[in-house]
Ligand binder design. Structure first.
Ligand code: BES
Ligand code: MN
Ligand code: MN
Length: 459
Protein backbone atom coordinates (compact mmCIF):
# COMPACT_ATOMS: atom_id res chain seq x y z
CA UNK A 1 0.00 0.00 0.00
CA UNK A 2 1.22 3.50 -0.74
CA UNK A 3 0.88 6.16 1.97
CA UNK A 4 -2.06 7.57 -0.03
CA UNK A 5 -3.76 4.16 -0.17
CA UNK A 6 -3.37 3.67 3.58
CA UNK A 7 -4.77 7.14 4.15
CA UNK A 8 -7.83 6.58 2.01
CA UNK A 9 -8.43 3.09 3.38
CA UNK A 10 -8.34 4.48 6.92
CA UNK A 11 -10.71 7.30 6.05
CA UNK A 12 -13.38 4.74 5.11
CA UNK A 13 -13.29 3.11 8.54
CA UNK A 14 -12.56 5.94 10.96
CA UNK A 15 -15.91 5.92 12.73
CA UNK A 16 -15.95 2.17 13.28
CA UNK A 17 -12.30 2.13 14.44
CA UNK A 18 -13.17 4.77 17.00
CA UNK A 19 -16.38 3.08 18.13
CA UNK A 20 -14.47 -0.16 18.70
CA UNK A 21 -11.83 1.57 20.82
CA UNK A 22 -14.53 3.21 22.93
CA UNK A 23 -16.02 -0.23 23.57
CA UNK A 24 -12.61 -1.49 24.71
CA UNK A 25 -12.24 1.55 27.00
CA UNK A 26 -15.57 0.82 28.68
CA UNK A 27 -14.12 -2.32 30.26
CA UNK A 28 -12.54 -1.38 33.62
CA UNK A 29 -9.50 -3.67 33.34
CA UNK A 30 -7.77 -2.43 36.50
CA UNK A 31 -5.06 -5.00 37.15
CA UNK A 32 -4.09 -3.69 40.59
CA UNK A 33 -7.52 -4.16 42.15
CA UNK A 34 -8.72 -7.74 42.66
CA UNK A 35 -12.32 -6.51 42.65
CA UNK A 36 -11.88 -6.02 38.88
CA UNK A 37 -10.41 -9.43 38.11
CA UNK A 38 -13.42 -10.45 35.99
CA UNK A 39 -13.25 -7.17 34.06
CA UNK A 40 -9.58 -7.67 33.31
CA UNK A 41 -10.49 -11.09 31.90
CA UNK A 42 -13.33 -9.51 29.94
CA UNK A 43 -10.87 -7.10 28.30
CA UNK A 44 -8.70 -10.06 27.29
CA UNK A 45 -11.75 -11.84 25.85
CA UNK A 46 -12.79 -8.69 24.01
CA UNK A 47 -9.38 -8.47 22.32
CA UNK A 48 -9.47 -12.14 21.48
CA UNK A 49 -12.81 -11.70 19.75
CA UNK A 50 -11.33 -8.84 17.70
CA UNK A 51 -8.39 -11.00 16.63
CA UNK A 52 -10.82 -13.78 15.68
CA UNK A 53 -12.81 -11.30 13.57
CA UNK A 54 -9.58 -10.65 11.66
CA UNK A 55 -9.26 -14.39 11.00
CA UNK A 56 -5.79 -14.55 12.50
CA UNK A 57 -4.06 -17.94 12.19
CA UNK A 58 -3.68 -18.37 15.92
CA UNK A 59 -5.56 -16.65 18.71
CA UNK A 60 -4.87 -17.78 22.25
CA UNK A 61 -5.60 -16.78 25.82
CA UNK A 62 -2.82 -17.95 28.10
CA UNK A 63 -3.84 -18.05 31.73
CA UNK A 64 -1.25 -17.05 34.34
CA UNK A 65 -1.49 -17.11 38.14
CA UNK A 66 -2.50 -13.46 37.65
CA UNK A 67 -4.20 -12.01 34.58
CA UNK A 68 -4.20 -13.74 31.18
CA UNK A 69 -1.81 -13.06 28.31
CA UNK A 70 -3.37 -12.63 24.87
CA UNK A 71 -1.47 -14.04 21.91
CA UNK A 72 -2.42 -13.77 18.25
CA UNK A 73 -0.51 -14.54 15.11
CA UNK A 74 -1.00 -14.09 11.37
CA UNK A 75 1.42 -15.34 8.74
CA UNK A 76 2.72 -12.87 6.20
CA UNK A 77 3.65 -13.23 2.55
CA UNK A 78 6.26 -15.91 1.73
CA UNK A 79 9.66 -14.88 3.08
CA UNK A 80 8.16 -12.14 5.25
CA UNK A 81 10.07 -11.19 8.41
CA UNK A 82 8.30 -11.41 11.76
CA UNK A 83 7.27 -8.52 13.99
CA UNK A 84 6.38 -9.13 17.61
CA UNK A 85 3.92 -6.47 18.77
CA UNK A 86 3.80 -6.00 22.54
CA UNK A 87 1.33 -3.96 24.55
CA UNK A 88 -0.93 -4.12 27.59
CA UNK A 89 -4.69 -4.16 27.99
CA UNK A 90 -4.69 -3.50 31.73
CA UNK A 91 -5.00 0.03 33.09
CA UNK A 92 -4.10 2.02 36.17
CA UNK A 93 -6.71 2.53 38.89
CA UNK A 94 -8.63 5.74 38.10
CA UNK A 95 -8.42 7.20 41.62
CA UNK A 96 -9.01 9.89 42.74
CA UNK A 97 -12.39 9.61 41.01
CA UNK A 98 -13.67 13.02 42.10
CA UNK A 99 -11.01 14.74 39.98
CA UNK A 100 -12.36 13.31 36.71
CA UNK A 101 -14.57 15.58 34.62
CA UNK A 102 -16.33 12.51 33.21
CA UNK A 103 -16.40 8.91 34.48
CA UNK A 104 -13.13 7.10 33.63
CA UNK A 105 -14.84 4.12 32.02
CA UNK A 106 -17.47 6.06 30.10
CA UNK A 107 -15.33 7.49 27.31
CA UNK A 108 -16.27 10.86 25.86
CA UNK A 109 -14.82 12.83 22.95
CA UNK A 110 -14.06 16.41 23.86
CA UNK A 111 -11.86 18.86 21.93
CA UNK A 112 -10.85 16.10 19.52
CA UNK A 113 -9.61 13.90 22.37
CA UNK A 114 -10.85 10.62 23.82
CA UNK A 115 -11.19 10.92 27.60
CA UNK A 116 -11.01 7.60 29.47
CA UNK A 117 -8.66 5.57 31.64
CA UNK A 118 -6.42 3.62 29.27
CA UNK A 119 -7.19 5.83 26.27
CA UNK A 120 -3.47 6.43 25.73
CA UNK A 121 -1.91 3.94 28.19
CA UNK A 122 -2.23 1.56 26.54
CA UNK A 123 -5.52 0.43 25.04
CA UNK A 124 -5.63 3.17 22.42
CA UNK A 125 -2.06 2.52 21.37
CA UNK A 126 -2.46 -1.27 21.33
CA UNK A 127 -5.63 -1.05 19.28
CA UNK A 128 -3.89 1.11 16.64
CA UNK A 129 -1.81 -1.96 15.85
CA UNK A 130 -4.86 -4.21 15.55
CA UNK A 131 -6.53 -1.79 13.15
CA UNK A 132 -3.31 -1.24 11.20
CA UNK A 133 -3.09 -4.98 10.61
CA UNK A 134 -6.74 -4.93 9.54
CA UNK A 135 -5.92 -2.27 6.91
CA UNK A 136 -2.97 -4.32 5.65
CA UNK A 137 -5.11 -7.46 5.46
CA UNK A 138 -7.77 -5.66 3.47
CA UNK A 139 -5.10 -4.94 0.85
CA UNK A 140 -3.81 -8.52 0.59
CA UNK A 141 -1.08 -10.57 2.24
CA UNK A 142 0.77 -9.06 5.18
CA UNK A 143 4.28 -7.73 4.45
CA UNK A 144 5.40 -9.06 7.86
CA UNK A 145 4.23 -12.02 9.87
CA UNK A 146 2.70 -10.50 12.98
CA UNK A 147 2.66 -11.87 16.50
CA UNK A 148 0.70 -9.94 19.11
CA UNK A 149 1.63 -10.33 22.77
CA UNK A 150 -0.75 -8.27 24.90
CA UNK A 151 -0.55 -8.66 28.64
CA UNK A 152 -2.84 -7.73 31.51
CA UNK A 153 -0.29 -7.11 34.25
CA UNK A 154 1.95 -4.33 32.94
CA UNK A 155 0.70 -1.76 35.41
CA UNK A 156 1.43 -4.11 38.30
CA UNK A 157 4.95 -5.09 37.29
CA UNK A 158 4.41 -7.80 34.62
CA UNK A 159 4.86 -10.46 37.28
CA UNK A 160 4.07 -13.45 35.10
CA UNK A 161 5.29 -12.26 31.75
CA UNK A 162 8.93 -13.19 32.28
CA UNK A 163 8.05 -16.86 32.90
CA UNK A 164 5.80 -16.83 29.87
CA UNK A 165 8.50 -15.38 27.63
CA UNK A 166 11.11 -17.83 28.91
CA UNK A 167 8.75 -20.77 28.41
CA UNK A 168 7.62 -19.69 24.93
CA UNK A 169 10.77 -18.63 23.10
CA UNK A 170 9.76 -20.51 19.94
CA UNK A 171 6.25 -19.13 19.92
CA UNK A 172 7.64 -15.60 20.27
CA UNK A 173 10.52 -16.01 17.80
CA UNK A 174 10.66 -12.85 15.71
CA UNK A 175 12.99 -10.47 13.90
CA UNK A 176 12.01 -7.35 15.77
CA UNK A 177 9.73 -6.02 18.47
CA UNK A 178 7.54 -2.96 18.20
CA UNK A 179 5.85 -1.26 21.15
CA UNK A 180 3.55 1.76 21.18
CA UNK A 181 3.39 2.71 24.86
CA UNK A 182 5.45 5.92 24.99
CA UNK A 183 5.14 9.58 23.98
CA UNK A 184 6.20 11.86 21.17
CA UNK A 185 7.50 15.39 21.73
CA UNK A 186 4.47 17.02 20.11
CA UNK A 187 1.99 16.35 17.32
CA UNK A 188 4.11 18.47 14.99
CA UNK A 189 7.43 17.24 16.43
CA UNK A 190 7.43 13.46 15.97
CA UNK A 191 9.95 11.44 17.95
CA UNK A 192 10.90 7.85 18.62
CA UNK A 193 11.89 6.73 22.10
CA UNK A 194 15.39 5.28 22.38
CA UNK A 195 15.78 5.13 26.14
CA UNK A 196 13.60 4.24 29.13
CA UNK A 197 14.36 4.34 32.81
CA UNK A 198 14.25 1.33 35.08
CA UNK A 199 12.61 1.09 38.47
CA UNK A 200 13.23 -0.01 42.01
CA UNK A 201 10.19 0.31 44.27
CA UNK A 202 10.14 -0.22 48.01
CA UNK A 203 7.74 0.17 50.89
CA UNK A 204 9.10 1.15 54.30
CA UNK A 205 7.58 0.77 57.73
CA UNK A 206 8.89 2.61 60.79
CA UNK A 207 7.68 1.42 64.19
CA UNK A 208 8.05 3.27 67.47
CA UNK A 209 5.97 2.66 70.63
CA UNK A 210 3.76 -0.43 70.83
CA UNK A 211 0.53 1.62 70.49
CA UNK A 212 -0.69 5.05 69.48
CA UNK A 213 -0.08 7.42 72.39
CA UNK A 214 -1.58 10.64 73.73
CA UNK A 215 0.58 13.32 72.12
CA UNK A 216 0.34 15.49 75.23
CA UNK A 217 1.15 12.82 77.78
CA UNK A 218 4.04 11.31 75.80
CA UNK A 219 4.89 13.92 73.14
CA UNK A 220 8.44 15.25 73.48
CA UNK A 221 9.61 12.22 75.42
CA UNK A 222 8.83 9.39 73.02
CA UNK A 223 10.20 9.56 69.49
CA UNK A 224 7.51 9.93 66.84
CA UNK A 225 7.80 7.44 63.91
CA UNK A 226 6.23 9.89 61.45
CA UNK A 227 8.75 12.58 62.40
CA UNK A 228 11.55 10.02 62.17
CA UNK A 229 10.41 8.80 58.75
CA UNK A 230 10.34 12.38 57.46
CA UNK A 231 13.89 12.99 58.74
CA UNK A 232 15.11 9.75 57.20
CA UNK A 233 13.53 10.52 53.85
CA UNK A 234 14.80 14.10 53.88
CA UNK A 235 18.34 12.86 54.37
CA UNK A 236 18.16 10.71 51.22
CA UNK A 237 19.01 13.75 49.10
CA UNK A 238 21.57 16.48 49.68
CA UNK A 239 21.15 20.19 48.96
CA UNK A 240 22.23 19.71 45.33
CA UNK A 241 19.49 17.15 44.75
CA UNK A 242 21.91 14.25 44.71
CA UNK A 243 20.82 10.97 46.25
CA UNK A 244 22.94 10.15 49.30
CA UNK A 245 22.68 6.35 49.31
CA UNK A 246 26.28 5.09 49.17
CA UNK A 247 27.04 3.45 45.81
CA UNK A 248 23.79 4.66 44.23
CA UNK A 249 25.56 6.36 41.32
CA UNK A 250 28.36 3.84 40.87
CA UNK A 251 26.87 2.19 37.78
CA UNK A 252 25.27 5.30 36.25
CA UNK A 253 26.37 5.77 32.65
CA UNK A 254 27.01 9.44 31.94
CA UNK A 255 25.94 10.73 28.53
CA UNK A 256 28.57 12.00 26.12
CA UNK A 257 28.79 15.74 25.50
CA UNK A 258 27.39 15.28 22.01
CA UNK A 259 24.40 13.31 23.32
CA UNK A 260 23.71 16.05 25.85
CA UNK A 261 24.04 18.70 23.13
CA UNK A 262 21.49 16.84 21.04
CA UNK A 263 19.10 16.75 23.98
CA UNK A 264 19.54 20.45 24.59
CA UNK A 265 18.49 21.14 20.98
CA UNK A 266 15.19 19.39 21.47
CA UNK A 267 12.32 21.87 21.43
CA UNK A 268 11.36 22.59 25.04
CA UNK A 269 9.70 25.54 26.72
CA UNK A 270 10.29 25.67 30.49
CA UNK A 271 7.62 28.30 31.10
CA UNK A 272 5.00 26.35 29.23
CA UNK A 273 6.03 23.21 31.12
CA UNK A 274 5.63 24.98 34.48
CA UNK A 275 2.37 26.52 33.40
CA UNK A 276 0.87 23.23 32.22
CA UNK A 277 1.65 21.67 35.61
CA UNK A 278 0.56 24.65 37.69
CA UNK A 279 4.00 25.11 39.27
CA UNK A 280 6.02 28.32 39.57
CA UNK A 281 9.43 26.68 39.25
CA UNK A 282 11.14 23.33 38.96
CA UNK A 283 13.80 21.88 41.22
CA UNK A 284 16.10 18.93 40.68
CA UNK A 285 19.64 17.67 40.57
CA UNK A 286 22.15 20.50 40.05
CA UNK A 287 23.96 20.58 36.75
CA UNK A 288 21.20 18.97 34.70
CA UNK A 289 18.35 20.37 32.61
CA UNK A 290 14.70 19.54 33.15
CA UNK A 291 14.70 17.12 30.23
CA UNK A 292 17.84 15.43 31.55
CA UNK A 293 16.48 15.19 35.08
CA UNK A 294 13.37 13.49 33.72
CA UNK A 295 15.09 10.97 31.48
CA UNK A 296 18.81 10.29 31.83
CA UNK A 297 19.25 10.82 35.57
CA UNK A 298 18.10 8.48 38.34
CA UNK A 299 15.56 9.68 40.92
CA UNK A 300 14.20 8.93 44.35
CA UNK A 301 10.62 9.94 45.09
CA UNK A 302 8.05 9.32 47.78
CA UNK A 303 4.92 8.04 46.04
CA UNK A 304 2.82 7.83 49.17
CA UNK A 305 3.29 8.45 52.87
CA UNK A 306 0.96 7.79 55.76
CA UNK A 307 0.64 7.21 59.46
CA UNK A 308 -1.20 8.62 62.46
CA UNK A 309 -4.53 10.37 62.32
CA UNK A 310 -5.74 11.53 58.91
CA UNK A 311 -9.49 11.70 59.55
CA UNK A 312 -11.62 14.79 60.03
CA UNK A 313 -10.72 17.31 62.70
CA UNK A 314 -7.85 17.08 65.14
CA UNK A 315 -7.04 13.98 67.14
CA UNK A 316 -4.08 14.36 69.45
CA UNK A 317 -2.10 11.24 68.83
CA UNK A 318 1.50 10.18 68.66
CA UNK A 319 1.41 7.38 66.10
CA UNK A 320 2.96 4.00 66.65
CA UNK A 321 3.84 3.51 62.98
CA UNK A 322 4.68 5.40 59.81
CA UNK A 323 4.83 4.14 56.22
CA UNK A 324 6.02 5.28 52.82
CA UNK A 325 6.20 3.95 49.29
CA UNK A 326 9.34 5.06 47.53
CA UNK A 327 10.30 4.73 43.86
CA UNK A 328 13.72 5.04 42.38
CA UNK A 329 13.88 5.52 38.61
CA UNK A 330 17.05 3.99 37.26
CA UNK A 331 19.23 4.66 34.26
CA UNK A 332 21.74 2.52 32.38
CA UNK A 333 23.63 0.60 33.85
CA UNK A 334 21.98 0.51 37.28
CA UNK A 335 20.65 -2.91 38.31
CA UNK A 336 17.27 -2.81 40.09
CA UNK A 337 17.97 -5.56 42.65
CA UNK A 338 21.33 -4.02 43.45
CA UNK A 339 19.79 -0.57 43.99
CA UNK A 340 17.06 -2.05 46.17
CA UNK A 341 19.74 -3.70 48.30
CA UNK A 342 21.74 -0.47 48.60
CA UNK A 343 18.59 1.38 49.61
CA UNK A 344 17.58 -1.21 52.21
CA UNK A 345 21.05 -1.35 53.79
CA UNK A 346 21.30 2.41 53.97
CA UNK A 347 17.76 2.97 55.21
CA UNK A 348 18.17 0.48 58.05
CA UNK A 349 21.40 2.19 59.08
CA UNK A 350 19.70 5.58 59.07
CA UNK A 351 17.18 4.56 61.70
CA UNK A 352 17.77 5.95 65.21
CA UNK A 353 17.64 3.42 68.08
CA UNK A 354 14.18 4.70 69.04
CA UNK A 355 12.46 2.94 66.14
CA UNK A 356 12.64 -0.25 64.13
CA UNK A 357 12.54 -0.24 60.34
CA UNK A 358 11.31 -2.70 57.77
CA UNK A 359 11.98 -2.39 54.04
CA UNK A 360 9.80 -4.40 51.68
CA UNK A 361 10.79 -4.46 47.99
CA UNK A 362 8.07 -4.36 45.35
CA UNK A 363 8.42 -4.96 41.61
CA UNK A 364 11.29 -3.44 39.70
CA UNK A 365 12.54 -3.28 36.16
CA UNK A 366 15.69 -2.66 34.18
CA UNK A 367 16.36 0.50 32.18
CA UNK A 368 16.73 0.14 28.43
CA UNK A 369 18.45 1.84 25.55
CA UNK A 370 17.73 0.94 21.95
CA UNK A 371 19.75 1.65 18.86
CA UNK A 372 18.80 4.00 16.03
CA UNK A 373 20.80 1.86 13.61
CA UNK A 374 18.42 -1.08 13.40
CA UNK A 375 16.02 -1.98 10.58
CA UNK A 376 13.18 -1.50 13.06
CA UNK A 377 14.17 2.04 13.97
CA UNK A 378 14.85 3.02 10.37
CA UNK A 379 11.52 1.59 9.20
CA UNK A 380 9.67 3.47 11.94
CA UNK A 381 11.50 6.70 11.11
CA UNK A 382 10.67 6.34 7.41
CA UNK A 383 7.03 5.60 8.13
CA UNK A 384 6.72 8.62 10.42
CA UNK A 385 8.45 10.79 7.84
CA UNK A 386 5.71 9.81 5.39
CA UNK A 387 2.83 10.51 7.74
CA UNK A 388 4.17 13.51 9.69
CA UNK A 389 6.23 15.06 6.91
CA UNK A 390 9.17 15.34 9.34
CA UNK A 391 12.03 13.13 10.44
CA UNK A 392 11.37 11.90 13.99
CA UNK A 393 13.85 12.88 16.71
CA UNK A 394 15.30 10.11 18.89
CA UNK A 395 14.47 10.82 22.56
CA UNK A 396 14.99 9.29 25.96
CA UNK A 397 12.01 9.05 28.27
CA UNK A 398 11.62 8.79 31.99
CA UNK A 399 8.95 6.10 32.26
CA UNK A 400 9.64 2.38 32.42
CA UNK A 401 8.75 -0.60 30.27
CA UNK A 402 10.76 -3.36 31.95
CA UNK A 403 9.87 -5.90 29.28
CA UNK A 404 12.17 -4.14 26.77
CA UNK A 405 15.30 -5.21 28.64
CA UNK A 406 13.80 -8.64 29.19
CA UNK A 407 13.19 -9.10 25.46
CA UNK A 408 16.81 -8.14 24.85
CA UNK A 409 18.01 -10.60 27.48
CA UNK A 410 15.73 -13.58 26.88
CA UNK A 411 14.86 -13.37 23.19
CA UNK A 412 17.93 -11.46 22.03
CA UNK A 413 15.62 -9.04 20.21
CA UNK A 414 15.74 -5.30 19.70
CA UNK A 415 12.69 -3.09 20.12
CA UNK A 416 11.47 0.04 18.43
CA UNK A 417 9.44 2.28 20.77
CA UNK A 418 7.07 3.96 18.33
CA UNK A 419 4.67 5.69 20.71
CA UNK A 420 2.04 8.19 19.61
CA UNK A 421 1.03 9.61 23.00
CA UNK A 422 1.93 13.00 24.44
CA UNK A 423 3.30 13.74 27.91
CA UNK A 424 0.24 15.93 28.39
CA UNK A 425 -2.15 12.97 27.91
CA UNK A 426 -2.36 12.59 31.70
CA UNK A 427 -1.62 8.87 31.80
CA UNK A 428 -1.99 7.49 35.36
CA UNK A 429 -3.74 10.80 36.26
CA UNK A 430 -7.36 11.92 36.31
CA UNK A 431 -8.74 12.85 32.88
CA UNK A 432 -6.38 10.65 30.89
CA UNK A 433 -6.97 11.25 27.21
CA UNK A 434 -5.69 10.40 23.76
CA UNK A 435 -5.96 12.64 20.72
CA UNK A 436 -8.02 11.45 17.77
CA UNK A 437 -5.15 12.83 15.69
CA UNK A 438 -2.76 10.51 17.52
CA UNK A 439 -4.99 7.45 17.31
CA UNK A 440 -5.55 7.82 13.58
CA UNK A 441 -1.96 8.87 12.89
CA UNK A 442 -0.80 5.68 14.56
CA UNK A 443 -3.15 3.53 12.48
CA UNK A 444 -1.89 5.27 9.37
CA UNK A 445 1.82 5.03 10.23
CA UNK A 446 1.97 1.41 11.37
CA UNK A 447 1.11 -0.24 8.00
CA UNK A 448 3.91 1.77 6.36
CA UNK A 449 6.24 0.68 9.14
CA UNK A 450 5.43 -2.99 8.37
CA UNK A 451 6.18 -2.46 4.70
CA UNK A 452 9.44 -0.61 5.25
CA UNK A 453 10.53 -3.17 7.80
CA UNK A 454 9.92 -5.97 5.29
CA UNK A 455 11.85 -4.08 2.61
CA UNK A 456 14.78 -3.21 4.88
CA UNK A 457 15.05 -6.75 6.22
CA UNK A 458 15.28 -8.17 2.72
CA UNK A 459 18.03 -5.81 1.60
N1 BES B 1 3.39 3.27 29.30
C1 BES B 1 3.98 3.41 30.58
C2 BES B 1 5.46 3.73 30.53
C3 BES B 1 5.83 5.01 29.84
C4 BES B 1 5.01 6.12 29.89
C5 BES B 1 7.02 5.12 29.19
C6 BES B 1 5.36 7.29 29.25
C7 BES B 1 7.39 6.27 28.58
C8 BES B 1 6.55 7.36 28.60
C9 BES B 1 3.75 2.11 31.35
O1 BES B 1 2.43 1.65 31.25
C10 BES B 1 4.01 2.35 32.81
O2 BES B 1 3.25 3.05 33.42
N2 BES B 1 5.06 1.76 33.35
C11 BES B 1 5.31 1.76 34.73
C12 BES B 1 6.24 0.63 34.98
C13 BES B 1 6.03 -0.13 36.23
C14 BES B 1 4.65 -0.52 36.57
C15 BES B 1 6.98 -1.31 36.31
C16 BES B 1 5.96 3.06 35.16
O3 BES B 1 6.73 3.65 34.39
O4 BES B 1 5.67 3.52 36.27
MN1 MN C 1 1.80 1.63 29.32
MN1 MN D 1 1.20 2.90 32.63
Amino acid sequence: MTPAQVHSSLSQHKDRFLAELLEFLRIPSISADSAYKADVERAADWLIAKFQDLKMDRVEKHPTPGHPIVYAEKKGAPGAPTLLIYGHYDVQPPDPLNLWDSPPFEPVIKDEKIYARGACDDKGQVYMHVKAVELLLSAGELPCTVKFLVEGEEEVGSKHLEDFVRANKDLLAADFIVISDTSMIANDVPSITVGLRGLSYVEVEVTGPNRDLHSGVYGGAVDNPVNVLCEMIASLKDETGRITIPGFYDAVAELSASERDAMAKRPFDQDEYNHSLGIRAVRGESGYSTLERASIRPTLDVNGIWGGYIGEGAKTVLPSKAFAKISMRLVPDQIPDEITRLFADHFRKLAPPTVSVEVRPHHGGSPAVVSTETAGYRAAAKAMEDTFGKTPIPTREGGSIPIVALFQRVLGLDTVLMGFGLDSDAIHSPNEHYGLFNYYKGIETIPLFHQYFAELSRS
